[in-house]
Design a protein around this ligand. Structure first.
Ligand SMILES: [Fe+2]
Ligand SMILES: [Fe+2]
Ligand SMILES: [Fe+2]
Length: 426
């Protein structure tokens, strides 16, 4: 039931990431814990309880798509029944679609897809429908819990369930009733991070090797979600992935290294998911304080990627060191000289090259030539690697262009279509 062994780091990563996302992190963790307890009560089985916990953490993944979260903010201001219905269809459809696209996550797509359906539209013979119904009960309780603060009376929680009894399979209802009657449940929720670290994260599994194709798909997922936060960066990570791989090839690195450079590029800004959207989306130059906060994204990239860290070929370091500089002036570790591997140096050059050639609200994109000139100054100051830059110059001279039709551009198209179809917004 629980993902195959090789998928466990992927799940731990996803559960971890979900908990940090501003706006839905706390809700995701609360639902995760409640689903874990209710699943345990229902199945009397540890691995199914874990499955429920993971499904609970992932159930609202559809909200990661900016247009969907934007719609939910609008509803907060302007309450509209029709729009609420649309949002419900939209985030479940998109969440289900996103999860179904990725090896290692697809087994949770049904839960995302069905978690707002009442029991009479579900099939009790289908385990995924049972989990969807369990998550639905946890979701309802979590929403009420957030509204009334941590001092929730057990009787109040029971009342909430009673009121909505016909939404649930009787067995799910009874399991949920038992769970909310325990102090242990509510005290666990008071500190979800602690509970989650002790009871979910640690038990999902440790240091398994992950299939490269799974990593690649998850990388596309992260790149899509992170980069679509701002219309100016929609192709940012994918371009860095591509050019890093090309520089690696130009410098004679092995094909395995080239592939991991690509993967590192896809993941390098993952930590931006933990940064407030208002900062990521800000259409102008950031204030000093906002910039300070923005810099912290690499700290989260390190934390998230710890789940994938490997002994040899540690691509997670290449991904999270893209703001370090050879003269020690970078962040977050202030690494210097030899402490920075060639692959990390490639990512550093690639990140600046792509960022400067992208459009920004406060400046127009630089040409390849201008950007190379800028990078040469950085090399002269001792910040960037001269050999890496030479390889990039050769690539540009030989007519390098960024890729156009890609897995991410296809994902953007499909999600945009779903938003139009279910959300009625263009
Ligand atoms: Fe939901
Ligand atoms: Fe970055
Ligand atoms: Fe970046």
């Amino acid at each position: 039931m629980v993902g195959q062994e090789s998928n466990t780091p992927v799940l731990r990563f996803m559960v971890d990431v979900m908990g940090y996302i501003p706006g839905i992190g706390e809700h995701s963790l609360t639902v995760s814990i409640l689903s874990y307890f209710i699943s345990y009560e229902f199945f009397d089985d540890e691995s199914r309880a874990l499955y429920g916990g993971i499904a609970g953490a992932l159930h609202d993944v559809g909200y990661l798509v900016p247009k969907v979260s934007q719609m939910s903010k609008e509803i907060d201001v302007l309450y509209d029944e029709n729009m609420i219905k649309k949002l419900s269809d939209l985030h479940t459809t998109i969440g289900g679609f996103i999860l179904s696209n990725f090896l290692g996550l697809y087994e949770y797509s049904d839960v995302a897809f069905y978690h707002h359906l009442p029991a009479d539209q579900l099939d009790i013979m289908n385990p995924n429908h049972i989990f969807a119904n369990i998550v639905s009960a946890a979701d309802l309780l979590s929403v009420r819990f957030e509204k009334f603060g941590s001092d929730i009376p057990k009787n109040f929680a029971k009342g909430v369930l009673e009121e909505n009894k016909d939404q649930f399979f009787p067995e799910v209802f009874n399991a949920a009733l038992k769970v909310v009657d325990r102090d242990y449940t509510w005290w666990s929720i008071e500190d979800p991070t602690d509970f989650y670290m002790r009871n979910l994260s640690m038990r999902i599994g440790k240091s398994e090797i992950i299939d490269e194709s799974i990593l690649m798909e998850l990388g596309y997922f992260m790149a899509y979600i992170v980069d679509s936060k701002s219309p100016f960066t929609r192709k940012h990570s994918e371009r860095i992935a591509d050019i890093s791989k090309e520089i690696g090839r130009e410098m004679g690195l092995s094909s395995k290294d080239q592939m991991y450079l690509y993967i590192a590029g896809l993941f390098h800004d993952s930590g931006k998911l933990a940064i407030e959207t208002s900062i990521l989306e800000k259409p102008g130059i950031l204030t000093k304080k906002e910039y300070g906060h923005m810099r912290k994204h690499v700290f989260y990239t390190i934390k998230f990627l710890e789940h994938f860290s490997m002994e040899e070929n540690d691509w997670t370091k290449w991904a999270s060191q893209h703001h370090e500089r050879i003269d020690g002036s970078g962040y977050p570790l202030r690494l210097k000289g030899e402490e920075i591997s060639l692959q990390s140096r490639i990512l550093q050059v690639a990140d600046v090259f792509v960022a400067l050639t992208e459009d920004r609200p406060y400046r127009s994109p630089m040409s390849f030539e201008e950007t190379l000139k800028f990078l040469l100054e950085e090399v002269k100051k001792g910040k960037m690697d001269a050999e890496v830059l030479k390889s990039l110059e050769r690539l540009v001279k030989n007519g390098y262009t960024f890729p156009s039709k890609t897995p991410i551009s296809e994902m953007i198209e499909t999600v945009d279509f779903l938003i139009k179809y279910y959300g009625g917004i263009s």
